[in-house]
Write a protein that binds this ligand. Sequence first.
Ligand code: FES
Ligand SMILES: [Fe+2]
Length: 393
Amino acid sequence: MRPWWYMKTMSRDIGSEVDGGTGPAPEPGPSHELPSTLPARDYYDEAIFALETERIFHRSWFCVGREEEIPAPGDFLVREVTGESLVVARDESRTLRAFYNVCRHRGTRLCEGEGSAGRAFVCPYHAWTYALDGRLVATPNVPESAGLDRDQYGLRAVALTTWEGFVFVALASEPEPLERQMSRWSGYGPYRIGRLRTAHRDAYDVAANWKIIHENYNECLHCPKVHPELVKLIPLYRRGTLVEPDGIWGNRLAEGATSFTPTGRSRLPVLPDLGSEERGVYNGMTVFPNLILDCFPDNVFYSILWPTASERTTVTCGVLFEASTIADRDFDPRDVVEFHDLINRQDWSVCERAQKGQRSRGYGRGVYPPQDRYVYEFDLKYLRARGPAPHVP
Ligand code: FES
Ligand SMILES: [Fe+2]
């Protein structure tokens, strides 16, 4: 007898969904009625990572930061999307643009770091000069009469869009609508994320595949063991589930809690447009493949995943508040910042341990118990985006 949730949401072994399995067949055993996870190979194999880079990171919309990071004309950021360096900049008309970070003369890396380019990007090699909108406008000692049509050699543009203050780029020429990459929750409007501002940023180098981080985010079986402080704030998590009994999307905070702090209380004001239903609740959502948002009554916490290798991910995080809250001279977000950092470090520790086991001959692939239904859903989304893996002899 299959359990009801298996029939409804987890209808078959994950690998068979797309390509008939990408690793060893699941072994029959005491858990044979439960579906099997992705094969371990998907978490360390360089060929799989190359496939993900081509079919996911270089094809989907990929979050590269917040609009507020480049507020003025000439401001730019260099960001690496899995091996491809890009420049994201604001041009003279304040339009955001993204380009491949490469000079069209002989391929030199054009910019580094972040800052202001002034009115143009100047290549450090032979000083070819590009306007902020990417046009090639000067080629010292090489006049157009020498046969160089500057119109043909502007910076190569990359698709860019924004949503709620986040900047996304896509290397595909015709990316699908960003909405298709968002998880189902549509209740983020009252948080007014687009008008919030970043009060604090952190960056973590995590020795784990990017999917292990997503999978960890999508389940709470680990919460009672790994997050003793967190389960005090969200009592439901003591039961290892993310699903409220009455089916609401988010998770209720403990009585009187309004934030993620050691006590659940916060002196910071609640976001002004929240209704009563959001005031005692934590809501989470993702924009596949690399943005995770955690919405609380007084702040929104974001995590951007930067897969850098098959077993390594940089995670950059920020805490967003109302601009007026940040401007208050008594503004002190330390409680919130430190609590997010604590939860993150607890998560990274177990993600890194999970990564270590993937290469063991004693593993192969695991199993989804009912509480892992969102992990299963993430893995399905991943397989649909990635497609079949190359054959392993
Ligand atoms: S390589 Fe950039 S100007 Fe020559
Ligand atoms: Fe966790």
